[in-house]
Design a protein around this ligand. Structure first.
Ligand SMILES: Nc1ncnc2c1ncn2[C@@H]1O[C@H](COP(=O)(O)OP(=O)(O)OP(=O)(O)O)[C@@H](O)[C@H]1O
Ligand SMILES: [Mg+2]
Length: 298
C-alpha cells in the first residue's frame, strides 16, 4: 500500500479551477517532486492532503486513513509555503511548543535544532533569525515524531547552497528510513538530482508523473552533442557531421532522440580529428517546459 494516495481529486475556488481529476501516489521511502508554475495547484494539493481544506470530489488516503483523520495527522508532517513563528520566542521555545502540541517529549528540542544546523542559535529570538534560519526551524518542526509522510511546500526557498545540500541529506536519511516525501519546488536543478519521481501540475492538471529517465524518453527532446576539435580540424569536423561551429575548437550538433545512435556513430567515425565529445541530455527544465506546454494546450 502506498503511504499517500490521491484518486481523482478535484478542487475549485468559486469558478477558479485549482485541481482537476488528479491521481497520484507516493510510496514509503519515495521522494516525489511536485512541479508547476505559480498557481498550478501545488499548495492546494498539499493542503488537501493535510486535511486543511476539503476536495470537491475524489479520495485521499494516508496509510489507508482518510486525510485529516487522527491516524493520518499522526503519520504526517508539513512544512508550509510561508512559515510563521512567534518572533518573541527562541528557536528552542518554539520547538518545545510544537513538541508539546504533538504530545512528544519536549527534551528533543535541542537535538532537532542541532539536526537542522541551528544548535548554536537555539536560545536566540526567532524575530532575529534570517529567512534561511526560520526555514530551518520549519524543517525541525516537520521532523517531530518521525513522520511517515512528509509534505514540504517549497522547502528550500531562501536557503543558501550549503543549507540546501544539508537539507537534502536530512531528507535522504528520512527516505532511507521509509518516510514518503512529497515536496514542491521551483528549483529544477536540485530537484533533478534529489528526487525519485517528478509530478508536474499545469493549470490543475497532472500532466506528467514519472521518473526523470522515463519523462526524458517520453518527451524525446533533441540531444546536444559538443565536439572538441583541434584548431586545424574544426572545419573538416563541421563539414563531415554538418554541425555548427561555436569557436575555433568547438562544434555543436543537436540530434533527434530516434537518430541519436546513428549521429554518435558518425562522430565516433571522425577518429582523431576529435579531442573529446560531450553528450548533453535535455535538462529537467526543458522537459518541464515540454510537459507544461502540452498541459496548457489541453
Ligand atoms: N483560498 C483560495 N481562494 C481562492 N482561490 C485560491 C485559494 N487558494 C488557491 N487558490 C487558487 O487556486 C489556484 C492554485 O493555487 P495554488 O496556491 O495551489 O498554486 P501553487 O501551485 O502553489 O502556486 P505557487 O507556485 O505560486 O505557490 C490558483 O489559481 C489560486 O489563485
Ligand atoms: Mg504554492
Amino acid at each position: 500500500m502506498p503511504t499517500l494516495t490521491l484518486s481523482h481529486v478535484t478542487k475549485s475556488f468559486r469558478d477558479q479551477r485549482a485541481l482537476c481529476d488528479v491521481t497520484l501516489s507516493v510510496d514509503a521511502g519515495e521522494r516525489v517532486a511536485l512541479l508547476g508554475h505559480n498557481g498550478a495547484g501545488k499548495s492546494t494539493l498539499m493542503k488537501i492532503v493535510l486535511g486543511l481544506i476539503a476536495a470537491d470530489s475524489g479520495t485521499i488516503a494516508i496509510l489507508g486513513s482518510p486525510q485529516g483523520s487522527p491516524a493520518a495527522r499522526r503519520a504526517t508532517s508539513y512544512l508550509p509555503e510561508n512559515v510563521a513563528f512567534h518572533p518573541a520566542l527562541s528557536g528552542l521555545e518554539q520547538l518545545r511548543l510544537y513538541l508539546r502540541l504533538r504530545g512528544e517529549p519536549v527534551d528533543q528540542a535541542a537535538d532537532l535544532l542541532e539536526r537542522v544546523g541551528l544548535g548554536s542559535a537555539g536560545r536566540r529570538r526567532i524575530g532575529g533569525y534570517s529567512k534561511g534560519m526560520r526555514q530551518r526551524v520549519g524543517l525541525a518542526q516537520a521532523l517531530i515524531g518521525r513522520p511517515q509522510l512528509l509534505v514540504l511546500d517549497e522547502p528550500t526557498s531562501g536557503l543558501d547552497p550549503v543549507s540546501r545540500r544539508d537539507f537534502y541529506s536530512i531528507l535522504n536519511d528520512l527516505a532511507g528510513a521509509g518516510t514518503a516525501i512529497l515536496l514542491s519546488s521551483h528549483a529544477l536543478t536540485e530537484v533533478e538530482a534529489q528526487t525519485d519521481r517528478i509530478a508536474i501540475l499545469s493549470n490543475g492538471l497532472l500532466v506528467a508523473n514519472d521518473s526523470l529517465a522515463s519523462l526524458r524518453r517520453r518527451a524525446a527532446l533533441p540531444i546536444q552533442v559538443q565536439i572538441a576539435t583541434r584548431p586545424d580540424t574544426v572545419e573538416e569536423v563541421v563539414r563531415r557531421v554538418a554541425g555548427t561551429r561555436v569557436n575555433g575548437t568547438r562544434v555543436e550538433l543537436t540530434c533527434r532522440h530516434d537518430n541519436k545512435l546513428t549521429r554518435l556513430a558518425e562522430v565516433a567515425g571522425l577518429g582523431d580529428l576529435v579531442e573529446d565529445v560531450e553528450i548533453i541530455p535535455p535538462s529537467l527544465e526543458q522537459i518541464y517546459h515540454h510537459f507544461s506546454k502540452a498541459g496548457a494546450e489541453q
